[in-house]
Design a protein around this ligand. Sequence first.
Ligand SMILES: [Zn+2]
Length: 267
Amino acid sequence: MKIEIIDAHTHVQFEQYDDDRDEVIKRSLNKGIGMINAGADLESSKKSIDLAYRYLGLWATVGIHPTEVKDFDKFDEIEKLASDEKVVGIGECGLDFYREEDRNNLEIQKELFLKHLELSRKVKKPLVIHCRQAFKETLEILKAHKNLLLENAGIFHFFTGGKEEAEKALEFGFSFTFNGLITYNRQFDEIIKFIPLEKILLETDAPFVSPLNHRKERNEPSFVDEVLIALSEIKKLDLEKTKNILLKNTIDLFQLTISSNSSGFVV
Ligand SMILES: [Zn+2]
């Protein structure tokens, strides 16, 4: 099966797809779109691995999202899952200060984030960072534990920071994912122009943040080509060339087991 695009951060294992998950996955794979399903707690991490065993072109990440600190005590289970061959990254993890109830968990969020950093180093798999209104603290933790970061440290998924934050994250070895928001919200144009194309990956973050042409629908990985088109337009680069570079970025960063032949990448 030929893979032309990879949705580097999505959640097809979530309950929003309980009625039609297989159709959603097949729609995507039939368009040559693979996907990395990101875990957000223990259960969704396990489900993302299960899916990766059922379909070629799917991979998983495991972790506990900062708004899911309820699973803090289950982190040792996440550690066990992390060495599975279908697991290609650690997260999503990080800090989220959007809601007051989460801000109240600041210390436990930090402690949990650090556990993911240690795990990333231990299993040598890149981080998938979720950072919402918490750049200062997130970058402080990364700086203090720089020794735990891999050379290709991972991604800041759904990056919403500015140049200063991007510069620091680049220094630490991170890449960035952008999603459907860039198809209609022009506030990301400047930062996308600023970040080198070699440090950018595509995501949908489905079922959330649908792109422009599907704004009223549930999002899904097969819509990620819309994000690709928006990105190549913002970067003023050839679409095919952009597509190939972003695919290679994703394969290299997550060290995906995917082979290449004369017609491109196949699984
Ligand atoms: Zn997500």
